[in-house]
Design a protein around this ligand. Structure first.
Ligand code: ZN
Length: 682
């Protein structure tokens, strides 16, 4: 890499003073197509032995990121001529230096984050406001801007250009590990979105988050037609998560369960169509009959204002803020594409096709029949949350708690036992010792989590809550889950061929290993659950969860497609469209199975408001987890886990194909459901 020459610098100064330069906004690309073409031609002529297409790709990509403030066209051209890496040797040399620098930056910023959040995270004494102030401070906030200002971003964009998902998946089949690592370096500077637009979305998202996090229903205020109260006064449920969990928990109540479930679902319907009185959101002041939609103050009927469109206005606000960024992503100019091809790295049509196939599978009807028989009644729309397949452990809680409390009186006892646990899972002693030596266990203030190292010279952290009486079984079970994350983090950092490839394709892959560990928690205690149908039950439980979440994800995707087709729609129009979409998808995939038409239940998810287009990730999480588990059957766990997770961050489909021989598919779970149905008849 050459330094910017003095001549170039003079040119730049000249350009900056040139009054005839046309004034454009600072945040718009300012390099004309003519200059881009001319630059490509100059470079191609000067370096006939270089890949001509790659030169063109690099120049075009650098130009798309270049702004008025970076210099004029003359300077841009000279910059490209000066900084193009001409030989494979030079490119490889610069790449290995960049790996070192990025590891230094990312690793140390992560380490700083650990330090700045230390007191907030760990259980080490009283908190002070100063802890929160440091916890909220992000020292890397300006890193990306700095790398554009000092032109490092442009050196990378020019020489290691960004490849789209479809390019990665087609060209990638021929790529060496090094080419994959180069492509991942290119991903660092895929687009340059003005800070102001990022801030606008952040504001919209924060408001949506606040809207959702304050959306509680005071269950003690609900009344049925006989003016009876079914729920206790102290029950306050957050929509939709707690409402859904309340439906789930009532499957066990033979007396009042059904009526309670009906009432919760009625509340959900009022939230979806926004006929819910504002007066009952986050307040228990009045009594509310959600069937008649009538409000009472003691016995006195009172008038109210329906929420009307607030819920849908949040989505419109997010849409507007995200759509404003479209112009800055030449290769992914809708939020739909950025969510799927960009973040998840699976193209949206592919996702939809996979979900359609699952939702239409013949197994759905068979499992629904089984549920109907088990419930002894016709299915209701909210039975998409049926949880009766959950395999309850046949070992008593006391026995389990006793065992874990004795074994793990504190966090350090768990840490000391990690090499043994890995040996029980099949690792050899030496490798187990190495993996465990990279993980440190700490007592957390809040719930458990795993924080991965971002450089070789750093630990991964397993944080878990340990009461004075020692680790109870529930805490132990979570700690084993987090341990799985830490092992993934360690292998996918220390065993990948390049730092730029470290990690996994997306979060679903690290969750998969965490669940694989978690489901072996009894084995690690040298115990065994004698329930012979445990696995079959687990399969049916997972299957039914996927059937639910895929439908919900389909609504989310269709709503965003509708938004892009109707960009000027208001909240009222969006509400109508969402209800129509939810009903349409229900009628397509659920109506026949449930024997019920036009149910809006799929539109209740709060994710749709606060985490737009995130829902599909859950379905993929289940499928990936299941496919890996099925693949591992009869194989050596440690060997396979090491092999799979040392691939690094390929695209999800490439990773899965190389890991299991097949791309992500519904097939493993559908086959397992057939087997499970032959075991569980009722
Ligand atoms: Zn997890």
């Amino acid at each position: 890499m050459k330094k910017i020459g003095l001549a170039t610098l003079v040119l730049m100064l000249f350009a900056a003073c040139n009054p005839s330069t046309e004034k454009k906004p600072d945040d718009v690309a300012n390099i004309s197509a003519e200059v881009v073409d001319q630059t490509i031609e100059l470079l191609q002529k000067a370096h006939t032995d270089c890949d001509a297409q790659l030169i063109a790709k690099g120049v075009k990509h650098a130009a798309s990121l270049w702004r008025q403030t970076d210099g004029d066209e003359v300077y841009f051209q000279q910059f490209c001529l000066d900084n193009y890496l001409k030989t494979h040797e030079e490119k490889s040399l610069v790449f290995s230096k960049l790996e070192h620098y990025f590891e230094t930056l990312t690793g140390n910023f992560t380490k700083m984050g650990v330090g700045l959040n230390l007191n907030l995270t760990l259980d080490n004494g009283p908190l002070h406001e100063i802890d929160r102030m440091f916890g909220a401070y992000n020292p890397s906030a300006h890193l990306s801007d700095d790398l554009y200002t000092n032109k490092i971003a442009f050196v990378i964009a020019l020489n290691f250009p960004y490849f789209t998902l479809s390019e990665k998946e087609t060209l990638g089949t021929e790529w060496s590990n090094k080419h994959w690592a180069w492509a991942r370096l290119g991903d660092q500077f895929a687009a340059r979105v003005p800070a102001q637009l990022k801030q606008q979305y952040s504001n919209a998202n924060t408001n949506a988050d606040i809207y959702i996090s304050a959306y509680n229903i005071y269950m003690g205020s609900l009344r049925n037609a006989e003016n009876e109260q079914l729920f206790t006064d102290d029950m306050i449920l957050l929509s939709h998560w707690n409402l859904r969990d309340e439906i789930k928990s009532n499957y066990g109540d033979a007396q009042k369960g059904y009526e309670k479930q009906q009432m919760v679902y009625q509340v959900m319907k009022r939230i979806i169509d926004q006929s819910i009185p504002r007066e009952v959101i986050n307040s228990g002041k009045y009594q509310w009959n959600p069937y008649e939609n009538t409000l009472f103050d003691q016995d006195q009927l009172v008038s109210f204002t329906p929420e009307n469109t607030d819920r849908y206005q949040q989505i419109i606000n997010s849409f507007k803020a995200l759509q404003a960024m479209d112009a800055y992503y030449p290769a992914m100019n809708t939020y739909i594409e950025r969510s799927f091809s960009g973040n998840m790295e699976i193209a949206q049509p592919e996702v939809e096709q996979l979900f359609h196939e699952f939702l239409s599978a013949p197994q759905v009807k068979k499992v629904a029949e089984l549920i109907k028989a088990r419930l002894g009644r016709d299915l209701q729309a909210y039975d998409i949350w049926y949880d009766g397949f959950k395999a309850r452990s046949s070992i008593s809680a006391d026995i389990l708690n006793n065992k874990t409390q004795k074994k793990y009186p504190d966090a350090k006892a768990f840490e000391a036992d990690m090499p043994n646990m890995l040996v029980k899972l099949g690792w050899d002693k030496e490798r187990a010792k190495f993996l465990a030596s990279k993980i440190t266990v700490q007592a957390a203030r809040g719930s458990g989590h795993a924080l991965g190292a971002e450089m070789h010279d750093m630990y991964s952290y397993l944080r878990t809550r340990v009461p004075e009486t020692g680790m109870n079984y529930k805490g132990y079970n979570i700690a084993v889950h987090e341990f799985g994350h830490n092992v993934e983090q360690t292998i996918s950092l220390h065993r990948v061929p390049y730092y730029m490839l470290h990690g996994v394709p997306n979060t679903a892959f690290t969750e998969a290993l965490a669940f694989i560990f978690q489901s072996r928690d009894l084995k690690l205690l040298d115990m065994n659950d004698p329930n012979p149908n445990k696995e079959a039950q687990k399969t049916l439980d997972t299957f039914w969860s996927i059937y639910e979440i895929m439908g919900v994800s389909m609504v989310d995707m269709k709503v965003w497609k509708w938004l892009y087709a109707n960009p000027n729609a208001d909240a009222e129009q969006l509400k109508k469209a969402t209800l129509a979409i939810a009903n349409e998808l229900w009628n397509l995939y659920y109506a026949e199975v449930f024997g019920l038409k036009d149910e809006p239940v799929l539109a209740i998810y709060s994710h749709m408001i606060a985490y737009p287009l995130y829902l599909s990730a859950y379905s993929f999480g289940h499928l990936i987890d299941f496919q890996i588990e099925q693949y591992l059957k009869g194989k050596d766990l440690a060997t396979e886990v090491e092999r799979m997770f040392s691939q690094g961050r390929l695209t999800p489909q490439t990773w899965m194909k190389r890991a299991t021989g097949h791309v992500i598919s519904n097939e493993p779970i559908l086959t397992a459901v057939d087997e499970a149905l032959s075991k569980i008849k009722q």
